[in-house]
Design a protein around this ligand. Structure first.
Ligand SMILES: *Cc1c(COP(=O)(O)O)cnc(C)c1O
Length: 393
């Protein structure tokens, strides 16, 4: 069975079937599980393993199936699901970092991850250093004896910066530092960081993994010896994934490969069409040869993913006019949906930062992020082109 392609594993992997022999995966909506005898119950509680289901905060068969599928797709031994992507990030930090430790992170990370690094970790005596993904070699000077973890998103949100995972993993190994990769933008259908030497890979399953903007979820995968302490953290502190969300997400994984191919195909066509447009300063997409880390993207990603960004001429005002003029694309801050979405970070998610702070995390005044959906590419293009025309009026 292990010879099956990951596409097949995403579809056929099923951990449980009831006596009804249902074809679709069953949903185990139960808070707890029962035992045949006091001896069995005592045995279930005797060790901290996942072997017996006790209580759905600890483990649940529907959640287990979702985790098993993600682990198979990422080429990981084991994993743990969480209620949201941020719970996956926070659980990872809390499990492996202690007072006095130091973490290195790319400065271009998801907004809430930035908040944890800069506002919460320092309260508990954990220091952070940022490096610029555009100058990856600058990371080498940041390692200290107390550095425990290096954290990156590649491609990053929303800047679409890319870093060479093999190179970075080598550097981490040399310094005995754990490499954690947020693989949310690529998904395992496009990039498997563990194959390049990452220790842990995490996701907001809310995005492309769900793919239809319905539920929140998170997951962390890696070696068993790293997942076990994470499992104990989640089991005891409570950010566990619900069986309902796991059921939605495990079905979503069955179409992940085919969806990511279409997202990427649409995104590449759209990015190519927008290049050189008079109302746009630049277009960024990993598989355009104008992307600064294009060669690395080609090496470690099987396609460019579903997100493109561009800088509209006219800054904040033009960005807002563009959003207002859209007729089909959704104005929302989610991404990775079958419906195309436009967002303008400078006037929304990052509006509370100063222009200099925004620049430091790669957000320029006219930056527009498009999460390219699964609609016909000509319809997405037509809406963007008509809104671009109105943005300059
Ligand atoms: C959305 C997102 C997260 C947070 O995930 P939630 O499910 O919203 O908690 C983390 N990392 C990246 C790159 C994201 O896009």
């Amino acid at each position: 069975m292990s010879k099956q392609h990951p596409e097949t594993r995403a579809i056929r992997l099923q951990t449980e079937q009831t006596s009804q022999k249902e074809h679709a995966t069953p949903m185990f909506l139960t808070s707890s599980f029962t035992y045949e005898s006091a001896t069995d119950m005592a045995a279930a509680f005797s060790d901290d393993s996942l072997d017996v289901n006790i209580y759905s905060r600890f483990s649940n068969p529907t959640v287990d199936e979702f985790v098993a599928k993600v682990a198979a797709l990422e080429g990981a031994e084991d994993g743990i699901a969480t209620a949201t992507g941020m719970a996956a990030v926070f659980a990872t930090f809390m499990t492996f970092l202690s007072k006095g430790d130091h973490i290195i992170s790319a400065s271009a990370v998801f907004g809430s991850t930035h908040t944890i690094l800069t506002k919460f970790l320092p309260k508990w005596g954990i220091e952070y250093s940022y490096f610029d993904m555009a100058e990856p070699a600058s990371v080498e000077a940041l390692f200290r004896p107390e550095t425990k973890m290096l954290y990156v998103e590649t491609p990053s949100n929303p800047g679409l910066d890319i870093i060479d995972l093999g190179w970075l993993a080598g550097l981490c190994k040399k310094n005995n530092v754990m490499l954690v990769v947020d693989n949310c933008f690529a998904t395992p259908a496009v990039q498997q960081p563990i194959s390049y030497g990452a220790d842990l890979v995490l996701h907001s399953a809310t995005k492309f993994i769900d793919g239809q903007g319905r539920v929140l979820g998170g997951v962390v995968v890696g070696r068993k010896e790293l997942i076990h302490p994470l499992y104990l953290f989640v089991r005891n502190t409570g950010p566990s994934m619900s069986a309902f969300n796991a059921w939605v997400l495990t079905k979503s994984l069955e179409t992940l490969y085919i969806r990511m191919e279409k997202h990427a195909d649409n995104a590449l066509k759209l990015a190519t069409a927008l290049q050189g447009h008079a109302s746009i300063e630049w277009v960024k997409y990993p598989f355009l040869d104008t992307h600064p880390q294009h060669a690395i993207a080609k090496k470690q990603m099987s396609n460019g993913g579903g997100i493109i960004s561009f800088e509209i001429r006219g800054g904040i005002t033009a960005g807002q006019k563009f959003l207002d003029a859209l007729e089909m694309l959704s104005m929302t801050n989610n991404l990775g949906d079958s419906r195309s979405i436009a967002s303008h970070p400078a006037s929304t998610t990052h509006s509370k930062l100063s222009e200099a702070e925004r620049a430091a995390v790669g957000i320029s005044p006219g930056l527009i992020r498009i999460s390219v959906g699964l609609e016909h590419v000509d319809d997405i293009k037509a809406d963007i082109l008509q809104a671009l025309a109105k943005s300059q009026a």
